[in-house]
Ligand binder design. Structure first.
Ligand code: OGA
Ligand code: MN
Length: 316
């Protein structure tokens, strides 16, 4: 077992060649290789075709997932059904959310959310989030039970820009100065639901920039990851965030100090997209953001979202 793991990359590669040549030959399990992207977050998984993942390979992917909080799979060629089938192995999928352009899903797959700046023949965008910057955020943390994870699969990418950044919120928590750690003990943040990460007003909501009265849900600032138990900082997004129980000015000052930690070097990585990449992030222990790109170029992503299983719980 451990010998197979140690030689996993070359073993899996030679094996997929053998399968391609011999067709019906019985398949020994493909064993993925795991290569950390940074010491604190992210790993690239190599030697695996997400359209056919054995239970053994999946067990290894799952271990890497919990260890690294974000996984990258390159050179994939997936149908929407393949993307949905692989995503489902992590849990029940959410229906694509309604966004600034309505509910933009892939044909016949209500669980696939289209993230794109491309306009259709009618001149209307075929997806959400446009070409602008998406600021640091966790997906849909304004809900009582936010989604566990998202998988983003690239079908068209711009020649430059549009990188997706992932930050470790476990490492961010560990990087807090002592006085800041002390200041957040037992506290919660109200996570605003008014705007999405592109700054667009969510459907049916009233525009507000008052953190005290905007719509949202409180969650502990320090959460325990429900599967690993590891403590993680849980900030959601900055706009309209409010530390429950503090006067707004104090809440703003505390949040500004916490958010400043996110941009500290060594906590994050930028993913430069190629067509055929799948990037998945743990929505409980990471945040993500996107660089803007030239609106004249095309970017098309299909996204699935793993539904939340439990509400965020307070951590140590
Ligand atoms: C998302 C998101 C960023 C990107 O789909 O939730 O934030 O890089 N996407 O498209
Ligand atoms: Mn997002």
């Amino acid at each position: 077992m451990s010998m197979v793991e140690n030689t996993s990359v070359s073993f899996a590669q030679s094996q997929s060649q053998t399968q391609a040549q011999s067709g019906s030959r019985a398949k020994p399990p493909a064993v993925p290789g795991i290569r950390p992207i940074t010491p604190v977050v992210g790993a690239e998984v190599t030697g695996v075709d997400l359209a056919e993942v054995t239970d053994e390979a999946f067990a290894q992917i799952q271990r890497a997932w919990l260890a690294h909080s974000a996984l990258l799979f390159r050179d994939q060629s997936l149908s929407d059904a393949d993307l949905v089938a692989f995503s489902r192995r992590f849990g029940t999928l959410d229906q694509a959310p309604v966004n600034e352009n309505g509910r933009m899903t892939a044909a016949a797959f209500p669980e696939i959310y289209v993230v794109s700046n491309i306009k259709g023949a009618d001149g209307k965008p075929i997806g959400s989030l446009g070409a602008g910057e998406a600021v640091w955020h966790t997906d849909m943390s304004y809900l009582p039970v936010p989604p566990d994870a998202s998988l983003l699969y690239s079908k068209e990418v711009p020649p430059e820009g549009g990188d997706t950044w992932i930050v470790s919120m476990e490492a961010a928590l560990a990087a807090l100065p002592a006085d800041l750690s002390a200041a957040i003990v037992g506290r919660s943040i109200k996570h605003d639901g008014t705007y999405n990460s592109g700054g667009y007003l969510r459907e049916g909501l009233r525009a507000s920039d008052n953190p005290m009265d905007s719509v949202g849900t409180p969650h502990p600032i320090v959460c325990a990851h429900p599967e690993t138990g590891r403590p993680t900082l849980y900030l959601g997004r900055r706009r309209n965030a409010y530390v429950i129980g503090l006067p707004v000015v104090e809440s703003e000052a505390l949040l500004d100090r916490l958010w400043a930690v996110i941009d500290q070097p060594g906590l994050s990585f930028a993913h430069r997209w190629r067509v055929g990449d799948v990037l998945m992030w743990d929505n409980r222990s990471t945040m993500h953001r996107r660089d803007p790109f030239d609106p004249e170029s095309r970017r098309l992503m299909h996204r699935t979202q793993i539904g939340g299983k439990v509400a965020p719980q307070p951590g140590a």
